[in-house]
Design a protein around this ligand. Structure first.
Ligand code: UD1
Ligand code: UDP
Length: 368
């Protein structure tokens, strides 16, 4: 029996790997071992609880105010022993986090093939998103099986000289997750509070935006709320203390802005589906919103997810206060603009990505 080790450590990786683990575990020919690094703590536990998944190993590496080097060193130091003990036939990593990069590196050092879920996303700017663009390119240098979510991602890989026979276009597993979470009869006290208003859902956490850029984003949102009496904002604040500090400084005491704890993924998807507009610097949210037909103003200078921009649902508005404010105001005032963005599209998948990845893994094992 072949053994697959799945390694992840942050909220978005967990949301995107859990549907795949469930699919892998259905298969009697595979022994699936789950190892979390614990790069995130509470935000990871939330996801594991929702999907009711057990972990075989938790490296518990999270420390307050962890630096990139500290994360890398801790995982490198802890993961090797686990991998040596299990000696899997394949290690699956996801996306572009420090966990993904170091887990892939560990596998590479031990001569174990790597499967990269969500391979091929690119901005080709290592400063944006930082350090994720480096991480994902580095992982793809040592990947044996590329699971590209879209044709665009596949073409990036081909342009870089990766072999076509190693690339599988699968869709993004986040859409698999999304299919199970949104409920028509969902109720929640915060959604109740926002009823009758236009709900802006806000998230922000990118490392390159911490500090003044993030303060500018929040000030833009505050100006919008002061100007539009029918707008309410719900902001599930990331656990990063640097984010929390700026959020509290700018928003505390502002009427019609609610800062709440991170939501579990079922709540968050349902909040998305009931929002009027989403403002975010998140990656995953850019993939989910088109499937829900929700316009997103992306508070970044570039995106590795151009499919949603082409579909018309995402608009890149940069990180400068004035532009975020102006673009948001335009959408709130101009119904034609808003309706043009409010369209349903599924550029990131059909909900069967996990099945395709599992089939590709089985096919790979039947050939080696
Ligand atoms: C990480 C990923 C980023 C991803 C994001 C998802 C890297 C380099 N970055 O960024 O790609 O978009 O996760 O959210 O891998 N913290 C807690 N509890 C938690 C989670 C975080 O207290 O459950 C705090 C920790 O003190 C930590 C800080 O938040 O120091 C930042 O977490 P970290 O994983 O270092 O970076 P993120 O910004 O979350
Ligand atoms: N999300 C969540 N609760 C929240 C905010 C976001 O479950 O309070 C989900 C969201 O639906 C998406 C993922 O977390 O699937 C995105 O994670 P994040 O923005 O932290 O990371 P990124 O996608 O930018 O790497």
């Amino acid at each position: 029996m072949k053994k697959v080790m799945v390694v992840f450590g942050t909220r978005p990786e967990a949301i995107k790997m859990c549907p795949l683990i469930k699919e892998l575990e259905k298969n009697k020919d595979l022994n699936t071992v789950v190892c979390v690094t614990g790069q995130h703590k509470e935000m990871l536990t939330q996801v594991m609880d929702v999907f009711q998944l057990h972990t075989d190993y938790n490296l518990n590496i999270m420390r307050p105010q962890q630096t990139l080097s500290e994360i890398a060193i801790s995982i490198l130091a802890e993961l090797e022993e686990v991998v040596r003990k299990e000696m899997p036939d394949l290690i699956l990593v996801h996306g572009d986090t420090s966990t993904s990069f170091i887990a892939a590196l560990t596998g590479f050092y031990l001569g174990i093939p790597i499967g990269h879920v969500e391979a091929g996303l690119r901005t080709y700017d290592t400063q944006s998103p930082y350090p994720e663009e480096f991480n994902r390119q580095a992982v793809d240098l040592i990947t044996e099986l590329y699971f590209a979510p879209t044709e665009t991602a596949k073409n990036n890989l081909l342009r870089e000289g990766k072999k076509a026979e190693k690339i599988y276009v699968t869709g993004n597993t986040v859409i698999d997750a999304l299919k199970t979470t949104v409920q028509p009869d969902y109720e929640n006290e915060h959604i109740e509070w926002a009823k009758g208003s236009r709900l802006l859902l806000l998230t922000a956490h990118r490392r390159e935006n911490l500090g003044e850029k993030m303060r500018g984003m929040f000030k833009a949102v505050k100006r919008i709320v002061k100007e539009f009496a029918d707008v309410k904002v719900i902001y599930p604040v990331h656990k990063n203390p640097d984010v929390q500090k700026v959020a509290k400084e700018v928003f505390t005491g502002t009427e019609r802005i609610r800062m709440i704890d991170p939501l579990d993924v079922i709540d968050f998807h349902n909040f998305m589906s009931r929002s009027y507009l989403i403002l975010t610097d998140s990656g995953g949210i850019q993939e989910e919103a088109p499937s829900l037909g929700k316009p997103v103003l992306v508070m970044r200078d570039s995106t590795e997810r151009p499919e949603g921009v082409s579909a018309g649902v995402l608009k890149i508005v940069g990180t400068c206060e004035e532009n975020i404010y102006l673009q948001c105001k335009k959408l709130l005032m101009n119904q034609r603009e808003y309706q043009a963005m409010k369209r349903m599209a599924n550029p990131y998948g059909d909900g069967y990505a996990s099945k395709r990845i599992t089939e590709a893994v089985l096919q790979y094992f039947s050939n080696v």
